[in-house]
Design a protein around this ligand. Structure first.
Ligand code: BTN
Length: 239
């Protein structure tokens, strides 16, 4: 595991993100990590609950990067890359994880992990849930696990690989900024020009994926011109 992280392990916790938020407010340092075997109040994006039984990875990382909060969203792309690396390292052959904006990690079109990034004053909390053994059967989208794809059933192994990859990508981000992270992310997402539909508050908008803006916003080419999307859900339409 990368040396820059200090891991606090809990058998069970409400939410690792809530615990790291609390520790951040108490002045915990950069690199503080909370890992729990099980969450009783795991949280997902858009106030959804996150399915958190024993058998999966639940961890949250406190980062004090010294960069302005305006750049924090870049870290969710960095985290998605690290999760994709981890998923691929745990799988038997050359299976490829795919990234879907803003920070979903998919395997054969099914969600295998979730990332929840939260700002706490000048610090950032990155919460990651990775389905190693268990996946919810009642989600509104397809879900899968590492084990269902013939991968290695090691939660602690997944944690160590993930922290190592986060550390490596963070070093690149600190040295060279968002550009290399953005390029790697684009290399693992839909191809430019792919037909997608984006729901962002109002009615869904159909268009073609036109890449990421310099700040990570999704660019969507529509019959009415190029749109910049800062929040929402994307589905491929294959049209
Ligand atoms: C999503 O909705 O896709 C994001 C899910 C994030 C879940 C992780 S599990 C560890 C951390 N603690 C939480 O309560 N949520 C995040």
């Amino acid at each position: 595991m990368s040396e820059q992280f200090t891991v606090w392990h809990h058998d069970q916790i409400g939410s690792t993100n809530d615990e790291v938020r609390r520790m951040a407010q108490d002045g915990a340092p950069h690199g503080t990590v909370v890992h729990a075997d099980e969450q009783t109040a795991g949280r997902g994006r858009m106030a959804h609950a996150w399915f958190s039984p024993p058998g999966n990875l639940y961890l949250s990382i406190l980062l004090r990067t010294g960069q302005p909060a305006a750049r924090s969203a870049e870290l969710s792309f960095l985290a998605a890359l690290a999760v994709a690396d981890t998923v691929e390292a745990l799988l038997p052959r050359q299976m490829r994880a795919m990234l879907k904006w803003p920070n979903d990690v998919l395997l054969n079109g099914a969600k295998i992990a979730g990332i929840l990034l939260e700002q706490v004053d000048e610090a950032v909390v990155i919460g990651i849930g990775l389905n190693v053994l268990e996946a919810p059967s009642n989600a509104a989208y397809k879900t899968t696990t590492i084990v269902a794809n013939g991968g290695i059933a090691s939660v602690d192994g997944a944690r160590d690989i993930l922290l190592d990859r986060i550390g490596r990508h963070l070093a690149v981000w600190q040295a060279d900024g968002f550009v290399p992270i953005r390029e790697q992310w684009l290399g693992r997402s839909y191809p430019i020009g792919a037909a997608i539909r984006v729901t962002s508050g109002g009615a869904p908008v159909a268009g073609h994926f036109a890449g990421l803006a310099a700040d990570g916003a999704l660019l969507l080419d529509t019959p009415k011109g190029r749109q910049r999307i800062v929040a929402g859900d994307v589905v491929p339409t294959g049209g």
